[in-house]
Design a protein around this ligand. Sequence first.
Ligand code: TRP
Length: 360
Amino acid sequence: MSAQFYYLRRPDINPAIVGLRRLSIRKNMNKKIVMSGIRPTGFLHLGNYFGAIRNYVRLQEEFECYFMVADLHSLTTHPDTSELKSNVHRVLAENIACGLDPEKAAFYCQSHIHETGELYLYLNMLAYKGELEKTVTFKDKVRQSPDNVNAGLLTYPVLQAADIVLHRASYVPVGKDQEQHLEMARTYVNRFNHRYKEVFPEPIAFNYSEELIKVPSLDGTGKMSKSENQMATLYLADDDDTIRKKVMKAKTDGGPTEINSIKPDFIANIFQLMKLVSSDEVIAKFDADFNNCTIRYGDMKKQLGEDMVKFISPIRQKATDILTNEEYLKEVMEKGAAKARRSAAATMEIVREAMGLKYF
Ligand code: TRP
């Protein structure tokens, strides 16, 4: 073995690995790495809170976390960037208002980490066109915007894989809709590890099972979502009266006529929403009222409206305070990017070496 390559195989004297060791000690070797991305499109709602953000807040206590605003991904479907800045600011502010702590987790913007683009390029050589064309999200987007089927859209899952493996993350807190993208990330990881060298762990979807809570929409159809009926979704930015009004509009009926009957879906949904924000006594009271047919849905919705206001308004106020403090937002983004770059640089050293891109 020639001298140049010898040192690469001696972890104790290879500068890349020594650097990495130092970083790992700082990073705490025992902690698994968590990574997730949030698209900066629109306002966050209660479904985002209970489905994702609450998980992040818990994860940041236990793991080394990288949470990223996926601004580059948004370019695949939103070429008009006139609202990008305010959307990025909002997503940062709302997540922090919900408890994401930039001192604990690296909270950063995708476009600030240039290594992502490099890794994306390498992973593209391991991603086959036929597989990419079969991705469900790609087919959906083609159907929605047949005039904008760009290569970035086709390789969206490759960029997502790059985001994840850039930090050699093992756990990715995402919802069911992202499972296929994660499976593709695992495919690229395996191809890379086989073709070159064992560099990346296989990333898996991670959720605290008891936290996988359904947040039903207020109109009795499906769950709260950004794109569907805005009146049936409670946003973290809704003001108090809007919250009350939306809750009062929730679908109900004349009430049960038989003792202990089964709740229709839209009523079960109201109880489900109550479970998220109301006290046990309040829920027990309305449950008993339902069972003995004395329930007054008007009262129930009034109570739910007040409890929702109590829950959402401190988050909204905190997010507004953060949004008006650009200096703070800038600091958060810079600090997050610096941490993410350190982790990215260490990975890319290993990647280039594993791929044979080191010539001296
Ligand atoms: N595709 C994800 C979404 O639509 C966002 C995302 C981008 C992401 N990069 C990621 C999620 C990396 C997890 C890991 O929500």
